[in-house]
Design a binder for this molecule. Structure first.
Ligand SMILES: Nc1ncnc2c1ncn2[C@@H]1O[C@H](COP(=O)(O)OP(=O)(O)OP(=O)(O)O)[C@@H](O)[C@H]1O
Ligand SMILES: [Mg+2]
Length: 355
């Protein structure tokens, strides 16, 4: 079971502090949407207004078209999982998972079936009799997930649920959460400030910055077509080349950016972002350029650092105008510090950012 979720003009102020500017966001039924953004950008505030734990200053929340803004949290059909697992220490794992069902006055048989199923789902059935302090952090977080899933909410809100776990366990739990989302079919809204986590988990990412939404889109939308400098900088490694437009166009009529000491052809579809006489910023991801002989490319540089990353190599370049660029290249090319190289790329793999 899943539900469509909508925030309409929702905003939150605490005195003079704006925790969230008026915001519209629609989450489709069964979708996995991630709220991603730096600390203090309003992620938890938005999530808690959806849950009902925080009352909005203005705007409303709808679930399947029904206005629930003034419905109390327990009656919205929403489940929540937090970073701190908040398990009851004096109750067994089984009783922790059963707690919410008993509160909802389900029959004994219903409770037993739902708890066993939820524990099986998070692969913790054999830990049912243990107490929280006898479990690892990852196991406790799994119980917290089971406790939420057990009563089958149609919307599940997760606020940095893996924040307390080490990197390896976090990656393992990410794939568990993806599997559980598929199995449950519920609508998930997931908060994180970890871009890798957002990119791996989400159907769509809602990128937040300074109490408002910066951009909403699929992971590849945000990676390949960031709308702003902030989006380009927050997701993935980015080279931002700044310069002005050349008065002359290129051979095929493409606009040319004078940046990094060279003449750089812009993608033909960048016309809408071009403002005559203004400075422009071009996003070039490290995987776009190819190393060529000096003066055979758009720009030239000298290799100033080489860092191995297992399967490939990151090369740091000092360009002729003094700017720095990071480029990924195959290990077999064995780049060396001090080498002079040129760079070319497919202009359509770059993005001209709106000023
Ligand atoms: N109860 C409150 N009273 C006053 N200000 C608050 C309150 N709750 C949140 N804020 C402020 O609202 C802003 C947004 O906070 P919020 O907790 O939503 O951020 P966040 O994106 O979840 O950050 P983090 O990644 O650190 O959890 C912050 O500036 C915060 O200080
Ligand atoms: Mg938060």
């Amino acid at each position: 079971m899943n539900s469509k979720l909508e925030a309409i003009g929702i905003a939150k102020r605490y005195g003079d502090t704006v925790a969230l500017e008026p915001t519209d966001l629609a989450v489709q039924a069964g979708e996995f949407l991630t709220l991603l953004g730096p600390s203090g950008s309003g992620k938890t505030t938005l999530l808690q207004m959806i849950s009902g734990l925080v009352a909005p200053s203005e705007g409303r929340i709808e679930i399947d078209g029904r206005d629930v803004t003034h419905v109390e949290p327990g009656k919205r059909g929403i489940g929540m999982v937090f970073q701190s697992y908040a398990l009851f220490p004096h109750m067994s794992v089984w009783d922790n998972v059963a707690y919410g069902l008993r509160m909802r006055r389900r029959t004994r048989d219903d409770v037993r079936a739902a708890v066993d199923e939820a524990l099986a789902m998070v692969r913790m059935a054999e830990f049912a009799k243990r107490f929280p302090k006898e479990l690892s952090g990852g196991q406790q977080q799994r119980i917290a997930l089971a406790r939420c899933f057990a009563y089958r909410p149609s919307v599940i809100l997760l606020d940095e649920p893996l924040g307390a776990l080490d990197k390896k366990l976090r990656e393992h739990m990410q794939s568990e959460i993806r599997r559980l989302h598929k199995e449950l079919g519920a609508t998930f809204v997931y908060v994180t400030h970890d871009q890798d986590e957002a990119l791996t988990l989400s159907d769509r990412i809602c990128l937040m910055n300074q109490a408002r939404i910066e951009q909403v889109g699929t992971p590849s939308d945000l990676y390949d077509r960031p709308a702003t400098r902030f989006a380009a900088g927050f997701i993935g490694h980015s080279n931002l080349l700044e310069g002005s437009l050349d008065a002359a166009r290129g051979k095929s009529g493409e606009p040319i950016l004078l940046a990094a000491g060279g003449r750089i052809p812009l993608p033909m579809n960048s016309a809408s972002a071009i403002v005559p006489a203004a400075r422009h910023t071009l996003l070039v991801r490290p995987e776009a350029p190819r190393l060529v002989e000096p003066s055979n490319g758009f720009v030239d540089g000298t290799i100033s650092d080489v860092v191995f990353f297992g399967s490939d190599t990151r090369v740091q370049l000092s360009m002729t105008d003094g700017s720095q660029l990071t480029v990924r290249c195959e290990r077999s090319l064995s780049p060396r510090i001090g080498d002079k190289v040129g760079l070319v790329w497919d202009p359509h793999r770059t993005t001209l950012l709106h000023a």
